[in-house]
Design a protein around this ligand. Structure first.
Ligand SMILES: NC(=O)c1ccc[n+]([C@@H]2O[C@H](COP(=O)([O-])OP(=O)(O)OC[C@H]3O[C@@H](n4cnc5c(N)ncnc54)[C@H](OP(=O)(O)O)[C@@H]3O)[C@@H](O)[C@H]2O)c1
Length: 324
């Protein structure tokens, strides 16, 4: 019998799940199990229950989710809310039924109200209306936090259940989605500047005024934070959270303007032309920054600066597209 805990990472083929597997392995964890979406559809309750009953994991990292940009969220709201609610409910309940004591649920900064005070603290949750474009997704993620808290409250004492939640800011890095129309800002800019360099374009047009500020965290930092939070002593964790306000923000701790981000991406990619901002396109919120004081007090800080992270992200991008 292995002395190591058996750890199930749900969503191990995704950007974050893959990074969590890397982080666990780098900590010497060898007993990590996973299933692809094709092997195990987490919206299928019977299949999830059968999987947990068979494998009996000791710990769970729940990084599987139906994820997408504004367009996908707006086009498929029913799929986003239904699939995410089902994934969370099935995995968290099956974990409980199979005596899993430790589970880490991954949410997102979109759980906070559209007009939340910046930087966004954990206690901004449920204090105002959400951004309408991803409200169904955000509601499902809030339900995931509340599932963890409710299982802790009902079964913490009796069964030793200790289910935690982390809410990451915008992430980037290896395994990102570089789809031309359906990707987040960093992969979209990497692709656009890369193609502009190859095509010897004189300029690249970036949507919006360039003035909004955004926060970005390298995905391996995020994974390290997940392993850190999951591994914290229960007494320490409990000291810094509340039973009904238990999630922990994970961010870089500072933000950059989109204009500065575009300049760094251009430099990273080797694009030397002009960067033009199209102010007729929407900017979105002027600022979105997480307050990461809770995580700092819990003993974790990010390591990867934006420039270095972007260089590593670009290397990953190049390894997936032909070099020129
Ligand atoms: N990326 C970010 O910037 C960011 C920021 C904040 C929070 N997060 C959170 O981090 C988590 C992971 O995000 P990610 O960026 O790693 O997403 P991702 O790259 O799209 O990965 C999600 C994974 O979940 C799997 N999955 C989806 N539906 C499934 C189902 N029904 N059954 C089994 N597996 C299923 C996907 O498999 P298939 O691809 O085969 O469907 C994929 O491997 C999410 O909770 C997300 O909200 C991400």
């Amino acid at each position: 019998m292995s002395a190591q805990p058996k750890i199930y990472v749900a969503g191990h083929r995704g950007m974050v799940g893959a990074a969590i597997v890397r982080a666990l392995r780098s900590k010497g964890q060898t007993n990590v199990i996973s299933r692809s979406h094709a092997e195990l559809d987490l919206t299928d309750q019977a299949a999830v229950r059968a999987f947990f009953a068979l494998e009996k994991p000791d710990q769970v990292y729940l990084a599987a989710a139906r994820v997408g940009g504004i367009h996908a969220n707006n086009t498929y709201p029913a799929e986003f809310i239904y699939q995410n609610l089902m994934i969370e409910a099935n995995v968290i309940d099956a974990a409980f039924r199979n005596d899993v004591k430790k589970l880490l649920f991954l949410g997102s900064s979109c759980i906070y109200p559209k007009l939340a005070q910046q930087p966004m603290r954990e206690d901004a949750l449920l204090t105002g209306g959400l951004e309408p474009t991803n409200e169904p997704y955000a509601i499902a993620k809030i339900a995931g936090i509340k599932l963890c808290e409710s299982y802790n409250r009902q079964y913490g004492q009796s069964h030793g259940v200790d289910y935690r939640s982390v809410m990451p800011t915008n992430l980037y890095g290896p395994g990102d989605n570089y789809h031309p129309t359906n990707s987040h800002v960093i992969p979209a800019l990497i692709r656009r500047f890369h193609e502009a360099r190859l095509g010897r374009a004189a300029e690249v047009v970036v949507w919006g005024s360039g003035t909004p500020r955004r926060e970005f965290l390298y995905v391996d930092d995020m994974a390290a934070a997940c392993v850190h939070v999951a591994g914290l002593d229960k007494a320490i964790y409990d000291d810094h959270v509340e039973p009904m306000l238990s999630h922990v923000n994970v961010g870089f701790g500072s933000d950059v303007t989109i204009a500065d981000l575009a300049k760094i991406v251009a430099r990273t990619v080797g694009f030397t032309g002009r960067i033009v901002f199209d102010s007729t396109k929407p900017d979105g919120a002027p600022r979105k920054l997480m307050d990461t004081s809770r995580l700092k007090v819990l003993g974790w800080r990010p390591e990867v600066e934006l420039e270095r992270g972007l260089a590593m992200a670009y290397e990953d991008f190049l390894s997936n597209v032909p070099r020129s």
